[in-house]
Design a protein around this ligand. Structure first.
Ligand code: ATP
Ligand code: MG
Length: 425
C-alpha cells in the first residue's frame, strides 16, 4: 500500500470534481471533508456528491478506475493515482424511511439540497466547490461551525429516530471539535438515549472506540454520562467521573492523563475502579470485541495493582509481568494514576529500567522443557507444569544456572512431593 499524501489526495479530489463537471454534472465536495477544511484540519478522506447517477459516474471514469461496491446506495469508488487514495462519489440522494432505525430501506436520487437535508448535523451538511472556492450551504452549517455547535438537521427527535447511531455521533463530533450540543439536539438525545441500543453492538463499540481515542476523550465520556447515553451503552461507567474516595482521582481523570491509550486500556481504566475482570469481560462480549482486546482488557484490570511491590519483590515474581504483552499499557496506567494524584511512581521507573535489559537477560530461555522431563523418565501429566514453574522460579532467582542443576531440583521436588503424598495418604 502506498502511504497517502494529503496533497495528492486533495488534488485528486479536485480532479474528480472537475472531470464530472466537464461531463455536465453538478458536483461538489461534501460532508466531513468540507467541515474539516473550514476548520483548518486536514481531511482524512474526500467525499464527492454529484448529480450524476452511479452508471454515469462509472462511464465518466471508466470501469477499470471505479468500484461499484456501494452502488446500491448510490456510491461509486473512484481509484486515484498512487498516494491519492480513492474518492467516494455519491449521487445526490434522499434516504427513504428507516423502518429498523438503522438503515434506509431504499434511496432515491435527488438534488443537492435534498442530499444536504438527509445528512446528520449542520456542520456535516455543507458542500464545497473546489473549482471556485465556494461553500454551498443549505443548512446554515457555516454559522454553526463558527459558533461551535452540533445541531441536528431538521427535527432532532425525527432524525434520531431514523438512525439512533446519530446520537453517539453527535457526542463524538462535539468532543472531537470541542463543540457544544445545541439545546434541542441535546434534549432529544437525553430523551431518546435508552433507544440507542437498537444500534448494532459493533457500531456502538466502533463509536465508543473512536471517542476513547480522541485527545478530548474525557470530554466525550462526560457528555455520554450527561446525556444518558453512557447509562444505555456502558452502565458500568456511570461512576467514572466520581472519585471512589474523596482524596483519589476519578478514573476519568486518569484516563485523560494517558497519551494515546489503546481501546483495551481505555476500557480497563474506565471500568477498573468499580468493576472487576468479569464485568470487563462482559462488556467485551456484549460488544463482540476481538478476543485480543478482551484478553488485554481483562488482564489489565486483573493486574492493575500488580506492580505495587515491584521495588521489593523477587525477580521471579516481577519478571513474568514485565514480559507480558500488556506491560506497556499497565505502566501507562500506573504512571497516569500517580501523576493525577500528584505522587511519584518509582515502581514505574524501576520497571522501565529493567525493561531496557537485553532480551536474554530479561527473558532467558528456560533451562529445561517438558521434553527434558520425559527424557528424564517422567510421565507427562499435571505435575509437569508445576515442576517447570518451580524450575523457572529458581532460574530467575539465580538459585540454579544449568540444566543439570534444574534436573537435580526436579528430582528433589519429586521426592518431596512423593513424601508429602505418602504422609498425607
Ligand atoms: P469522520 O469521517 O471524520 O468521522 P465524517 O463527517 O466524514 O467524519 P462519515 O461517517 O465519514 O463522517 O460520513 C460522511 C458524511 O456522511 C457525514 O459528514 C454526513 O454528512 C453523512 N453521514 C454519515 N453518517 C450519517 C448518518 N448516520 N446519518 C446521516 N448522515 C450521515
Ligand atoms: Mg469521513
Amino acid at each position: 500500500m502506498n502511504p497517502l499524501s494529503p496533497d495528492a489526495q486533495r488534488r485528486f479530489a479536485v480532479d474528480v470534481v472537475r472531470t464530472l463537471r466537464q461531463a455536465g454534472h453538478e458536483t461538489y465536495w461534501a460532508g466531513g471533508c468540507v467541515r474539516d477544511r473550514l476548520l483548518g484540519r486536514t481531511p482524512a478522506d474526500f467525499d464527492v456528491a454529484t448529480g450524476a447517477t452511479p452508471d454515469e459516474v462509472r462511464r465518466v471514469f471508466g470501469h477499470r478506475r471505479t468500484l461499484a461496491i456501494g452502488a446500491a446506495f448510490g456510491v461509486i469508488t473512484v481509484l486515484g493515482p498512487p498516494g491519492a487514495g480513492p474518492v467516494e462519489v455519491a449521487t445526490f440522494r434522499q434516504d427513504a424511511t428507516y423502518s429498523d432505525g438503522r438503515h434506509p430501506d431504499h434511496v432515491t436520487f435527488s438534488s443537492a439540497r435534498e442530499d444536504a437535508l438527509r445528512r446528520d448535523f449542520t456542520i456535516n451538511g455543507l458542500f464545497f466547490d473546489p473549482l471556485t472556492d465556494e461553500v454551498i450551504d443549505f443548512v446554515e452549517g457555516q454559522a454553526d461551525l463558527a459558533a461551535g455547535v452540533i445541531r441536528a438537521i431538521g427535527r432532532p427527535e425525527l432524525r434520531f429516530e431514523e438512525d439512533r447511531l446519530r446520537m453517539l455521533r453527535a457526542v463524538r463530533f462535539a468532543a472531537t471539535f470541542g463543540f457544544e450540543l445545541e439545546e434541542q439536539t441535546e434534549a432529544a438525545i437525553r430523551q431518546m438515549a435508552v433507544g440507542v441500543t437498537a444500534v448494532s453492538a459493533e457500531r456502538i463499540a466502533g463509536e465508543i472506540e473512536r471517542m476513547l481515542a480522541l485527545p478530548a476523550r474525557a470530554q466525550a465520556v462526560r457528555l455520554l454520562l450527561k446525556t444518558g447515553l453512557a447509562e444505555a451503552v456502558l452502565p458500568e461507567i456511570v461512576d467514572a467521573d466520581v472519585p471512589t474516595r474523596p482524596s483519589r482521582p476519578s478514573s476519568l481523570e486518569v484516563l485523560d492523563r494517558i497519551e494515546e491509550p489503546t481501546f483495551a486500556l481505555a476500557l480497563a481504566v474506565l471500568l477498573g475502579e468499580t468493576a472487576g475482570p468479569e464485568a470487563m469481560a462482559g462488556v467485551c462480549c456484549r460488544w463482540r470485541l476481538p478476543n485480543k482486546v478482551l484478553e488485554r482488557a481483562v488482564w489489565l484490570v486483573g493486574h492493575r495493582h500488580a506492580l505495587r511491590d515491584a521495588m521489593t519483590c523477587r525477580w521471579s515474581a516481577l519478571q513474568p509481568l514485565l514480559v507480558s504483552p500488556g506491560i506497556g499499557e499497565l505502566l501507562q496506567w500506573v504512571e497516569a494514576e500517580a501523576a493525577v494524584a500528584g505522587q511519584p511512581a518509582p515502581e514505574v521507573d524501576h520497571c522501565r529500567t529493567l525493561l531496557m535489559q537485553p532480551a536474554e537477560k530479561l527473558d532467558p530461555p528456560p533451562l529445561i522443557t517438558g521434553d527434558d522431563l520425559v527424557r528424564h523418565g517422567l510421565v507427562p501429566g499435571p505435575l509437569f507444569r508445576r515442576l517447570l514453574d518451580e524450575v523457572r522460579t529458581a532460574q530467575l532467582d539465580s538459585k540454579i544456572e544449568t540444566s543439570e542443576e534444574a534436573l537435580t531440583l526436579v528430582d528433589r521436588l519429586c521426592a518431596e512431593w512423593d513424601e508429602g503424598l505418602g504422609a498425607g495418604g
